[in-house]
Design a protein around this ligand. Structure first.
Ligand SMILES: Cc1ncc(COP(=O)(O)O)c(C=O)c1O
Length: 462
């Protein structure tokens, strides 16, 4: 490969990052413009690599969302730490198959180390099984496959061998504000997204434990309770000590959706928010949110290693795969994929760049900045912060009296371009969701963003 292309690409990448301050955070191009720019005729003849890259970057440029911007607050999306971005490049250059030790020894060991660090930082059992997935949805899939294995094995059913036809039914309990990806994982596992018992949530979106207790008491048999640590709108955290105890009392597996707020466990000052979470059976979280690893990086953690491996392992069945010689990590034993990107390198680099204290400081900073954003907005007449800002999510509504102008303010803020956030519905009315998830976001950027939001709110006449 021509090294000049790599240098040219590095310049393009650095130029992009340097432009973040001036670019609107939103994507500027319309769908039609992007199609016109990217849908070039497919030539019969090859195109020089440098030309391909330069033209791709130019054509995509106006359709790139400023996710790496310190003023991107959309959905729940982290940016990329410096070492993690660079390690991601090396992951591509090395092109290791992250499926197992025989096809990439260093990838296997880097992932082994990164997984041990994750357990350490999150305060979870050191001997738990860990798999790095594409994202939290697939982390749910992985953890819930292990849950499915264990609760059915305890009822005398081998789901990996016999499938679900004729299996004992599994009762599943979720809070009414459970994230959509949990339902997706249940559907993919053949457990049915519509067979769950939804437990009412409180005003912040937390599963009500009295409701869970009553629902569990209504029947018996294999059961899975899915708790949530970080509701996607409010960041609210379910009452983990009570939920873990209820699950244990009823012999149920307790899974936790901790896509972002599980990271409270890595901060001494915020750890209390997730007290009791370590008592669960499995945990799904993301690297590409709070930890600021580039996409794609979810984390599936399962206390019962045997159930985890039984649900996932496809490595052992193939006669052409060498048998393990020692205790080396074969990553495909812990995730749904066989061949895959060597995800461990970026997680390793992100954690190493920050160090234990840096991870805690990052979590603290995101949350302090979310609180500051909430205070700055709430101080304005006619602007209401709807949630207790316990983590990194701020839920805001605009409009004096009954006149709710939130959608108009949101559209105006997105168009103006200083910052970007998405909307939602809360209690049946529109709300603005601000997620502070990027390591680059400073107090100054929060103040600049709050000014831009309030200017648009005033101009909208709320
Ligand atoms: C609470 C919660 N669970 C799960 C997910 C899904 O994560 P991913 O997009 O990595 O699959 C999200 C995403 O925002 C989330 O907020």
């Amino acid at each position: 490969m021509d090294a000049r292309l790599l240098h040219r690409t590095a310049d393009l990448a650095a130029g992009y990052l340097a432009s973040l301050d001036e670019r609107p955070v939103r994507a500027e191009a319309t769908l039609e413009e992007l199609r016109a720019a990217l849908n070039v005729p497919l030539d019969d003849a090859p195109t020089p690599a440098t030309q391909v890259v330069e033209e791709l970057v130019a054509a995509a440029d106006r359709g790139i969302v400023g996710v790496q911007s310190p003023r991107y607050y959309g959905f729940v999306m982290g940016g990329g730490l410096d070492a993690a971005i660079a390690a991601d490049w090396m992951t591509t250059i090395w092109d290791q198959n992250g499926g197992g030790y025989p096809v990439g020894p260093a990838a296997s060991v880097a992932e082994e180390v990164a997984c041990a660090w994750l357990l350490d930082l999150l305060g979870l059992p050191r001997d738990a099984g860990v798999g790095l997935t594409t994202g939290c949805q697939m982390a749910h899939f992985t953890c819930l496959a292990a849950a499915r294995h264990r609760v059915l094995a305890d009822a005398g059913w081998d789901v990996e061998r016999d499938g679900l036809f004729g299996a004992p039914p599994i009762r599943m309990f979720l809070g009414a504000k459970a994230h959509t990806t949990v339902f997706g994982a249940l559907r993919m596992l053949g457990l049915g997204g519509g067979r769950v018992e939804l437990v009412a949530a409180d005003g912040q979106g937390r599963m009500r434990t009295d409701g869970l207790a009553a629902a569990l008491a209504r029947g018996e048999g294999p059961a899975i309770v899915i708790a949530q640590v970080g509701e996607v709108n409010t960041g609210a955290v379910d009452a983990m000590p009570e939920i873990v105890e209820l699950a244990r009392e009823h012999g149920a597996w307790c899974h936790v959706d901790g896509a972002f707020a599980l990271w409270a466990a890595a901060s001494p000052s915020l750890r209390g928010l997730v007290a009791g979470v370590a008592g669960a059976d499995s945990w799904a979280t993301d690297g590409h949110k709070v930890l600021n690893v580039p996409y794609d990086c979810g984390v599936a953690i399962v206390r019962d290693r045997a159930a985890h491996a039984a649900a996932m392992s496809s490595f052992a069945g193939a006669e052409y795969i060498p048998l393990p010689e020692h205790d080396e990590r074969n990553q495909s034993e812990w995730v749904p994929e066989f061949s895959r990107r060597a995800r461990g390198f970026t997680v390793y680099a992100a954690i190493r760049e920050l160090g234990r204290r840096g991870v805690a400081e990052l979590v603290d900073r995101l949350c302090a900045n979310a609180r500051l954003m909430g205070e700055l907005l709430d101080a304005e007449e006619g602007v209401t912060v709807l949630n207790d800002v316990v983590f990194n999510q701020v839920l805001v509504r605009f409009g004096r009296d009954a006149a709710n102008v939130t959608d108009a303010v949101l559209a105006a803020v997105q168009r103006e371009g200083t910052c970007w956030m998405s909307g939602t519905e809360w209690d049946g009315e529109p709300a603005m969701r601000i997620s502070v998830c990027n390591w680059r976001t400073s107090e100054d950027e929060i103040r600049r963003s709050a000014r831009a939001i309030l200017e648009q709110a005033r101009a909208t006449g709320q």
